[in-house]
Ligand binder design. Structure first.
Ligand SMILES: [Zn+2]
Length: 470
């Protein structure tokens, strides 16, 4: 029996948009202030979950709400379980929207609303896909579960809670990033390197580093760095040297004097920490300049660490951490947070992404060896193991074939440095909803999804669900 999936989806286009409009009208941003038993992440997130589960019941599926942490909508029969994992929480909206973020609007074929792309659009597409498979009365030999999480944007407490109580699907996909298929994601470690800074004296004709500051987050390239100096050196000469450095490197920044302090500011360019070479790391460049002048011993040691171990070493070469595999590529190091205060503390926050073949223990030991020689104490503050599904796995082969059949494009697999919801599944990959070449608007103002893409994604999910569970 040949089914025209896209044609079947077209019949449900209006239904899809109506239901999505209702879902996107719910302001499901994490709100601990309205949290209560049954609504651990706030009332609005609980409302979005119960809206979806009610739709599921009305469509004749089995549903379950796991104490408001997550829920599922289930169809089919059999021992084996196929999972589709989407989330209903959204990030805050920020200002500057053309239409209100929780009053969905279609303009020029684009559906605008917070959550349109991340991830309510995909959650609804997957739900309508299940409805379609049911209405077409297709025989299934496995169960299919649309698992709806509610804390993806914050701490993943939804999935911890859910999988402590519910069966792990034998395989599944999450429609929470890009088409075609993401099968591999790097491991991730956030390190803090900390130490004390005693009060200190400026060297003769040199400078005392009073403070150094850049960055707020481990996984972002800092776009601004600032250092404060004090001393009897030649201020004029230093300012000129700094200007030369900025000019010859085509970097924005300035030096400012006030009450015998000299402040150096350097403007970089922010970028996601999974690609530390992208953007311009303001801290690294400022440290590079500071390493060329005479500083007090502690200040100089701090700056030397950045200049000698991080500058120009985005693959961990100078920390002796460089490694790579052919699944996800090289280890990367992002210097995300820098704090130095005379008479206080010094710290560096590093985000490291490592290949599937890498090991936390070995990386930590090497980091300790390198950082302790500069007087730092090393701590792992966050760790996520790498995630990988073999290209030959039935899951990957099926999704790839479905994608090729419906789009006529190659159902290629991809590896990324970032972390997706697929990691919550033991055997899980990303499958959509963003098609290649489309603008990524998740987490941005005027978030939207192309309506025709949403319809195409629904058709893909329907066939995928059927092929995986038949
Ligand atoms: Zn998401």
């Amino acid at each position: 029996m040949a089914i025209n999936w896209l044609q079947e989806t077209e019949k449900r286009r209006e239904l899809l948009l109506q239901q999505l409009t209702k879902l996107c009208s719910i302001e499901s941003v994490l709100d601990e202030s309205t949290a209560n038993p049954g609504a651990p992440f706030g009332e609005k997130i609980a409302e979005a979950l119960s809206y979806m589960l009610k739709l599921g019941e009305a469509a004749g599926f089995t549903t379950k709400n796991i104490d408001g942490y997550a829920g599922h909508i289930e169809m089919g029969k059999g021992e084996e379980l196929v999972g589709v994992l989407a989330h209903l929480d959204v990030v805050p909206t920020g200002d500057g929207w053309i239409s209100p973020p929780f009053e969905p609007e279609i303009r020029e074929g684009n559906f605008f609303a917070r959550g349109a792309q991340d991830d309510k659009g995909a959650a609804m597409a997957a739900f309508v896909a299940m409805q379609m498979v049911k209405e077409l009365d297709l025989p299934l030999s496995k169960r299919v579960r649309l698992i709806l999480g509610t804390d993806e944007e914050s701490h993943w407490r939804d999935m911890d809670y859910y999988f402590e109580r519910e069966k792990m699907p034998d395989m599944g996909f999450t429609p929470d990033a890009d088409f075609p298929i993401i099968t591999a994601e790097k491991g991730m470690i956030d390190f803090t390197l900390t130490g004390k800074v005693d009060t200190n004296e400026a060297p003769a004709d040199g400078w005392l580093l009073e403070s150094f500051e850049a960055g707020q987050r481990f996984n972002m390239v800092p776009d601004l760095a600032q250092a404060q100096l004090q001393g009897d050196g030649d201020v004029f000469e230093l300012k000129e040297k700094y200007q030369d450095f900025l000019l010859s490197n085509r970097i924005q920044g300035y030096a400012e004097e006030s009450n015998d302090h000299l402040t150096l500011v350097l403007e970089g360019k922010a970028h996601h920490g999974s690609e530390p070479e992208g953007g311009l790391n303001a801290a690294l460049r400022l440290a590079e300049f500071l390493s060329s002048i005479s500083l007090d011993t502690t200040g100089s040691q701090y700056i030397r660490f950045i200049a000698e171990k991080l500058c120009g070493s985005f693959k961990g070469e100078k920390l002796n951490l460089a490694q790579s595999d052919d699944r996800v590529g090289p280890l990367t190091v992002n210097g995300g947070i820098f704090r130095y205060q005379i008479g206080g503390e010094q710290g560096v926050g590093l985000n490291i992404r490592y290949p599937i073949s890498g090991e936390l223990t070995a990386i930590r030991q090497q980091m300790e060896t390198e950082a302790e020689s500069f007087g730092f104490t090393v701590e792992v503050v966050d760790h996520k193991k790498g995630h990988f599904v073999d290209e030959d796995h039935q899951l990957v082969r099926t999704l790839s074939r479905v994608y090729e059949e419906q789009t006529g494009e190659k159902g290629e697999t991809m590896a990324i440095g970032g972390a997706t919801y697929a990691r919550a599944l033991e055997t899980g990959v990303v499958f959509g909803p963003l098609f290649p070449g489309r603008e990524e608007t998740a987490h941005q103002r005027n978030e939207y999804i192309v309506v025709d893409d949403l319809v195409k994604a629904t058709a893909l999910y329907a066939q995928a669900i059927y092929e995986l569970a038949k």
